[in-house]
Ligand binder design. Sequence first.
Ligand SMILES: [Mg+2]
Length: 232
Amino acid sequence: MANPIILPLKPKTQDKAFTWDDVTWVLLDMDGTLLDKHFDDYFWETLVPQEYARRQGLPLAKAREEVFALYQREEGTLNWTDIDFWSQVLDLDIPALKESIRHLIEVHPEAREFLHYVRRLGKKVILVTNAHYKTLDLKMNHTGLGRYFDEVISSFDLGTPKEDLRFWEILEERLGFDRDRTMLVDDNAGVLATARNYGIKYLFFKAKSSSKEEAEAHPEFVSIVSFRELME
Ligand SMILES: [Mg+2]
């Protein structure tokens, strides 16, 4: 049996230690977890309001206010990440705008190393994301991360976001994973809470989601700043 990994940040919902021998399935979120969330923050909080202001002939402050109110309404739903929905609602070509800043898409330091690591251990490695297909394609093409995964699952495939218990039911039917031998790393505590309710055993909160923000540990979940903390 391998030595248990002792994590630096205190957990409330699970044992501090786990061993890789006990894990078969590694489920990983994309944005903020493997990829730097700065891309998404900049896109939705800066670029989209600017373009919306230009398109509608509004002052930037007013445009930001309107756009943010629209975002708020859709949080936790599939619309939230549905870029075709936003193209329509905002009257902007969202895929083209994303494409225009694709050079800002970055993989978190150590994420690639971690993916090599779990593959070497022979784990089943699955990307589970709420991202829309078009966003997923853009990011996988840009980063080349797709080759590390046994499967890439978008919530749009399953018809419901990760915040919904139903997502995990459908995912289990599809993959046949054992909840007791499954790990999930995500930067969204709402998603982790749903996965916990479903019974996924090893849950990790990615506390450093954007290179431009400070890491913030979550009070309810074991928090990691870097994937190195999960490597022996
Ligand atoms: Mg995320």
